[in-house]
Design a protein around this ligand. Structure first.
Ligand code: KIV
Length: 248
C-alpha cells in the first residue's frame, strides 16, 4: 500500500461487536491498543493495563474479525527484557493477534521479537505509557532529529510498520519519506502512509478529553443516551412492552 500510495486505514477495537463491524467495513488494521485502559476500563492511564487485559480483549476481537490485520499492544512493563517481551508477545499472538506493537525505541527487543517470527510495529512521538505530559513532539530540531533517528533504528531492527503519535506534520512527512516501512499517524498530519484513531474517540463514546487530532465521525454517546431515555419513558408510562413484543 505504501508503494502504490493507497492509505492504510486503521482503528482500535477492544471487543467482538466492534471487531465484527470493522471487519465488515474492511478496515485494514485493528489495533487492540492499551487505550483500552482509558476508554473501556475507566483507568486514568494506559500504564495500568496488563498483558491479561490485552489477551482477554484480543481474543474477543479475533472472534469477531475475519478481514483485518490484528495488532495487539504490549502493555507497560511487559517488554523490559528480551525474554519477557517474547513470552508476552507469544501470549498475544496465541490470543489471535497477527502482530504486536510496543512504544519507544528498543531496537534489541524489536530485533529479538522479529527473529522469533513475531511481526512487530513500532510507536514513536507521544508515548502514553511513559509520557509525563501530553504534547506535540518534534518541534525542536534536536527532538525531531532524535525521533527520525529512532524511526530508522526501528526499521533496521525489523519493525514492519511504525505508529507516529502527536508529532508535527513536517516531521512525520520527513520520516515517512525516509523509510521503506509504512507510517501510521495519529496526530501526525496527512502525509503518513496511513491513519489510526481510537474507535471510542471517533464514535463520540469518550468525552473525558479530546485532543485536537480527534475527529468525531458520530455522536454515539448522545444516540445511546436518547435511546435509553426513550426506553425509560416507555417503561415508566407502561408503553413498552406493547402487544408486538409480548407472547399471548
Ligand atoms: O493504544 C492505542 O490505542 C494506541 C493508539 C493511540 C495508536 O497506541
Amino acid at each position: 500500500m505504501k508503494s502504490t500510495g493507497e492509505k492504510i486505514v486503521a482503528l482500535t477495537a477492544y471487543d467482538y461487536p466492534m471487531a465484527q463491524i470493522l471487519s465488515q467495513s474492511q478496515v485494514d488494521l485493528i489495533l487492540v491498543g492499551d487505550t483500552l485502559g482509558v476508554v473501556v476500563l475507566g483507568y486514568d492511564t494506559t500504564s495500568k493495563v496488563t498483558v491479561s487485559d490485552i489477551v482477554h480483549h484480543t481474543k474477543a476481537v479475533a472472534r469477531g474479525n475475519d478481514f483485518c490485520l490484528i495488532v495487539a499492544d504490549l502493555p507497560y512493563g511487559s517488554y523490559t527484557t528480551e525474554k519477557l517481551a517474547i513470552e508476552n508477545a507469544r501470549l498475544l499472538i496465541s490470543a489471535g493477534a497477527d502482530a504486536v506493537k510496543l512504544e519507544g525505541c528498543y531496537p534489541q527487543i524489536t530485533e529479538s521479537l522479529t527473529q522469533h517470527n513475531i511481526p512487530t510495529v513500532g510507536h514513536l512521538g507521544l508515548l502514553p505509557q511513559t509520557a509525563d505530559k501530553f504534547r506535540v513532539y518534534g518541534r525542536s530540531v534536536q527532538e525531531a532529529e532524535l525521533i527520525s533517528q529512532q524511526a530508522r533504528q526501528l526499521e533496521s531492527s525489523g519493525c514492519f510498520a511504525l505508529v507516529l503519535e502527536s508529532i508535527t506534520k513536517k516531521l512525520a512527512s520527513k520520516i515517512t519519506k525516509s523509510l521503506n516501512i509504512p507510517t501510521i499517524g495519529i496526530g501526525a498530519g496527512s502525509d503518513c502512509d496511513g491513519q489510526i484513531l481510537v474507535l471510542n474517540d471517533m464514535l463520540g463514546l469518550f468525552d473525558r478529553f479530546k485532543p485536537t487530532f480527534v475527529k468525531h465521525y458520530a455522536e454515539l454517546g448522545i444516540t445511546i443516551k436518547d435511546a435509553i431515555a426513550n426506553y425509560k419513558r416507555e417503561v415508566r408510562e407502561n408503553i413498552f412492552p406493547d402487544s408486538n413484543h409480548t407472547y399471548e
